[in-house]
Design a binder for this molecule. Sequence first.
Ligand SMILES: [Zn+2]
Length: 362
Amino acid sequence: MKEVKPDSNRFLCIICKEDKNIEENTIEHVFPEAIGGALTISNVCRTCNSWLGSDVDSYLTNNFLFQAECQDLKLALKNGKIPNILKKGSLETDQDRTVYYTMDEEGNPKDLYVTPKITKEYTKNGDLRISASVDFKDKEKLAEMINKTFEREGFSKIDPDTILQNMTIIKEKPIMKIHPSRIKVPKNISYSKEEIIIDTLRYKLSIAKIAYELSYYWLGSKFLDDETGNQIRLSLLEKNISVNTLKQFQTSGIIEYIGESPSIDIWKHLDDAYIGVMVRLSGFIFIYIKLLNVIEGLILVSKQSFNYKNYEDKIVIIDPRNRTHQENILRAELEVLGNREEIFQQLILNIGNLIKKTSSER
Ligand SMILES: [Zn+2]
């Protein structure tokens, strides 16, 4: 580690570990700001902050399963909008006709809109046949659309009433396609826009980032000298990530999508919150993270808990809807849930099972 002179104009960036000018110091959101993460730290330089945003956090904020859950929970993300994974579809009888699904600000279904379609055809004797199909809400525009085409082709207009009298109303069910709003695709991979990509790799780094920053937040600058933490830090800076990136940096833990139920089910009821827990187990320090009931992870952040004086197990609960967070001593928080010691033992048992799962996978 570089020696940093006690100069108030300089600071050590906790990500690149370079000595930087204080003007480069930024506010870093431990849980991405784009998903309502309300907990912030400093001492991340501008360059690293922007790297973390574009190449680490984005794999979580744009994660398809995460967005789908936010839509279900009607949870507005950074732009104040609830993700809409069903925004585009087509008509059952005409796959080329786009149908849009919109929601109101509260995330309730607002509108289905079928895009207009007009076709023209000349008959053998030179007559022009036009058929137009519009969304029922646009029926007033039907005559205008048809007459514009006639005019453009050099024919005279038709009485709008005649057009409306000849109109048929068809009821049709649209086929809505699941459509992730914004997905970052690794270079060299081509994909069609309609394809759903369930990221099984890159979102893990964004969870590892939360674990690293939470550890720094709670353990202080001493954590920057921790070799286990340092490996997580290096994995965050890796440019070419692969299935093995976290393993390659000897990061131990398990980060997974939650299926039916989280492995640690104590906080299962907090299904619209983010949770970060720091817990010590026989000299090791783990960070447990749960985001909604979509993703959970248990990451080993230190093998030297004895290095941290005044160590205490901690918990932070983030409410992304109101962008607030509350922090507590873990055992004090467990008291809210019932018998503190019983629940703590259950937690340790759950963690033990997760660790076993991890070691059998490695
Ligand atoms: Zn940096």
